[in-house]
Design a protein around this ligand. Structure first.
Ligand SMILES: Cc1ncc(COP(=O)(O)O)c(C=O)c1O
Length: 406
């Protein structure tokens, strides 16, 4: 197995972890809400703005460099998802991209057509399809997850499908409970019924390598700011589908290729930074081969390191009086993100208490609203702790000690 850089070396890439005035920086467990950014990414953003800034498609140097940079970023993200560069669409975030393609797909659907959404998903993968209930008379079917573990049972899917099912909207991994979904198996079931599969890979992409070709997905969206990049969204869309979706577009804008699904001028600096994040991830192991091989090696090694730390966190949480852990125990079925509640203390109060101990953790429903309702934690939600590439054993110990100290 290829060697992953030690966590201290990884942390040295992040200005956010430099101590200021001798004070240790906060331990950042808020990765599932957005990770910190390595210097390489910050430099790529700044360099674009300082030296290449221009709009695309003109014949002067800065514009030509912008076109070249976007083309190179499409190559990087193609390697990241395992698809083709001409299938990579850029947008401001995953939610906007999902809203946009849902609207486009919906234009070709009629009243009575059906879409399956899950009770586990972030509402960015529910609301775009729900909007079509009002706009197109689409019928929504709910694939419910086990409220405690967050696991979706594949056996529950076929009865929800019919000849009218147009699409299944699946979360690749739950940003609240960490549960991983079986994308390939879901694709097979959806396709057997003539339905498309849209995958929300926003949480998944931070913890596992993606493979749109092997998984059989038709569309997949992710957000570089969850995997060490700037705030942006990326959509992969299968080539033939990309040319067929009738999403709203300006008549003078490109009518073919990935730009037909983009709206307006994208953030070129965020595209530059996003590509730099992919390169940074690929540099974390010494694996031989091309960019894709190195990304796969990085995520294989990162997932193992994150899960070892997570097991320590999970066990420690289990020792704390009144603390309730949600989701599956450490293992292959989940990412290293856990949500929990403490008896007698609202998650907001716990998060504020942790902040006083130098621990940054998120609280609330994380827009996985249905999952929070089904788990019975609505409206307060959970406290969420996420392990990232830069999390240390010592930080986990500090978080556990802070949680226990009340
Ligand atoms: C699983 C999941 N899906 C979708 C989103 C929305 O992503 P974006 O902020 O890029 O719209 C998030 C953001 O937290 C998420 O965690």
């Amino acid at each position: 197995m290829s060697m992953l850089r030690p966590v201290e070396a990884i942390r040295a890439d992040f200005p956010a972890f430099e101590s200021t005035a001798g004070e240790a920086p906060p331990a950042r467990f808020d990765g599932p809400g957005g990770t910190q950014v390595p210097r390489l990414v910050i430099d790529a953003v700044a360099d674009y703005l300082a030296r290449h800034n221009a709009n695309a498609h003109w014949h002067f140097p800065a514009s030509e460099r912008t076109d070249a940079l976007v083309a190179a970023a499409r190559e990087a993200f193609a390697a990241f998802v395992g698809g083709g560069p001409d299938e990579i669409v850029f947008g401001p975030n995953m939610t906007s991209l999902a809203m946009h393609v849902a609207r486009g797909l919906g234009r070709q659907w009629v009243a009575g057509d059906e879409v399956v959404v899950t009770g586990l998903d972030h509402h960015a993968n529910v609301a775009p399809w729900e909007a079509l209930v009002v706009e197109r008379g689409v019928v929504l079917r709910w694939w419910e997850a086990d409220p405690e573990t967050g696991a979706l049972d594949l056996e529950d899917l076929p009865p929800l499908l019919s000849g009218r099912t147009r699409l299944v909207a699946l979360g690749g991994a739950s940003n609240a409970l960490g549960t991983l979904s079986d994308i390939a198996a879901t694709a097979r079931v959806a396709h057997a019924h003539g339905a498309l599969l849209f995958v929300d890979a926003v949480h998944l992409a931070a913890h596992r390598s993606l493979d749109v070709t092997a998984s059989g997905a038709d569309l997949l969206a992710c957000s570089p700011y969850k995997f060490y990049g700037p705030h942006a969204g990326v959509l992969w869309c299968r080539r033939e589908l990309l040319e067929a979706i009738e999403a709203p577009r300006l008549r003078p804008a490109p009518s073919t290729g990935p730009e037909r699904l983009q709206t307006g001028t994208p953030s070129f600096e965020a595209i530059a930074g996003g590509a730099a994040a992919v390169h940074w991830l690929a540099s974390l192991t010494d694996a031989p081969g091309g960019m894709r091989d190195r990304l796969v090696a990085t995520f294989t090694a990162l997932a193992a390191r994150e899960m070892a730390l997570f097991a320590h966190l999970w066990d420690g949480l289990g020792q704390i009086d009144g603390l309730r852990r949600f989701g599956l125990p450490p293992g292959p079925g989940r990412t290293a993100t856990v949500s929990c509640t403490l008896a007698g203390e609202a998650p907001l109060a716990t998060a504020a208490r942790l902040a006083r101990h130098g621990i940054s953790a998120s609280h609330g429903n994380f827009y996985a609203l249905t999952a929070a309702e089904r788990a019975g934690v609505h409206p307060d939600g959970w406290l969420r702790l996420g392990i990232s590439a830069y999390t240390t054993h010592d930080e986990v110990d500090r978080a556990l000690a802070a949680l226990a100290a009340r």
